[in-house]
Design a protein around this ligand. Structure first.
Ligand SMILES: C[S@@+](CC[C@H](N)C(=O)[O-])C[C@H]1O[C@@H](n2cnc3c(N)ncnc32)[C@H](O)[C@@H]1O
Length: 218
């Protein structure tokens, strides 16, 4: 399944800036905490894949902050791929590869992306179904090298509960547009990691009620 067309337009808000470059205020807001999160993991060098890179504003900061990691940005959406290219072109980073088109919910993608030391995913799981999430986590596990880490960041329920008014409104706006979408439960995520053969290392509390799950391939 590709990018769902029926999600509310507010979930991926980004402004076009003339040259195919998208600017997302929320990506700018959470960039620093995400860079810090990645900087504090044990993975300092090797191959890093970002799934659903969006505008590309995170990956340019990550590649600049972690120069020994070779970053591969990706997204399912061609408009976002063009935007990632624009931001990348500005930064001239030798450890940043050209973006590639990747549907992370499609079974089998890991075959073409094996050998990753780090896989980062920010703000996608609430926009796909549980079945798609299951496929994505399995493919992440297959694409990781032994001892490789995955970081999955976003809004989640805590033991089945939505923890703020904003979270309730956002979750309900998603399921009203498509009942398959919406926040996933933190406990279900732990089950999905286990089923996929990933070891859960930590669940980090992040700004704006987000969580980041860090898991490792044995
Ligand atoms: C809310 S945006 C998050 C973008 C970026 N990670 C960030 O935090 O700024 C969701 C992104 O997921 C991408 N996306 C949606 N479905 C996808 C899929 N099946 N595989 C890969 N990317 C997908 C969208 O094109 C969009 O760029």
């Amino acid at each position: 399944m590709g990018y769902r067309k029926n999600i509310p337009t507010t979930v991926c808000l980004a402004n076009m800036e003339g040259d195919n470059r998208l600017n997302s205020p929320s990506a700018v807001r959470n960039a620093e905490p995400i860079v810090e999160l990645v900087r504090n993991t044990a993975i300092k060098s090797g191959n890093a894949l970002e799934i659903a890179s969006g505008t590309g504003q995170h990956v340019v900061k990550l590649a600049a902050a972690l120069p020994l990691l070779n970053w591969q940005p990706s997204d399912v959406d061609k408009t976002r791929i063009k935007s990632i290219r624009c931001w990348s072109d500005d930064h001239h980073l030798i450890n940043l590869k050209p973006p590639c088109l990747l549907d992370a919910t499609k079974e089998g993608w890991a075959v073409d992306y094996h050998g990753q030391d780090l896989i980062l995913l920010v703000n996608l799981l609430h926009l796909i179904s549980f079945e798609e999430t299951k496929i994505l986590v399995k493919e992440v596990s297959k694409a990781l090298s032994p001892k490789g880490l995955s970081i999955i960041y976003g809004p989640f329920m805590r033991e089945g509960k939505l923890i703020s008014k904003n979270d309730m409104e956002f979750h309900h706006s998603l399921i009203n547009s498509d009942p398959d979408l919406g926040y996933k439960n933190d406990i279900d995520m732990l089950d999905l990691f286990r089923e996929a053969g990933l070891v859960h290392l930590s669940t980090n509390k992040m700004p704006a009620n987000n969580l980041a799950f860090i898991t490792q391939k044995p």
